[in-house]
Design a protein around this ligand. Sequence first.
Ligand code: HEC
Length: 185
Amino acid sequence: MIGAKRYLAAILISVAACGTSLAQKDPAYGTEDDLAFAGKLWQALEEARLLGEQGVYSTPHEGRNPHGAFLDTFTAAVPIDNQVHEVIIQRNYAGNQINRRAVADNPESWLHAVSVMLKRPGYSDKTKDWYWVQYGADGSVLKDEKNIPQAGAVAVGKSKGCIACHIMAPGGDMVFNHNRFSMPR
Ligand code: HEC
């Protein structure tokens, strides 16, 4: 009988340990699902006029690595699969002899990449529920140095990449430009 109890206890302990390791596992990124979502998101951003010829532009501001010499940044909401998501889109401008006026005059010709963070409630505590994606100017998802497409919980738990850097943003919301997402809503 004691043997059976020990056996049961051992099973329970290993199930609990397994549960813990599953809960702590860093989510993957660059998966097929992440890429499919990135495709829908790009389309939603175009439809919301946050991208493309009909896009709404703000005054570019000076940026820094890794995003680009000039940036413009919007916080907005876009529908995907009948659900509205809060989104921050930062357009990254780069090129030879770039300056603020040149970008303001013709933003699309300087567009180098588009960085997006999108709130997906319940997505992952480790990313504060942000889904991340780095697009090229043509909407393709750019790969990181490990050749993994940067879409999803990009490089979570690693020492480099979106999340490793954004975790240092003030307000604990992973957003540098404002603390809107760390305030009670
Ligand atoms: C080495 C640090 C670093 C890395 C890596 C990084 N970012 Fe950022 N990011 C910043 C900084 C700093 C800003 C604020 C720039 C500004 O507007 O002046 C920023 C701004 C942003 C913004 C606008 C919202 C905000 O936080 O203000 C988005 C969206 C964004 N980054 C997405 C990404 C994505 C997606 C990746 C990965 C593919 C990434 N970032 C990688 C430092 C980083």
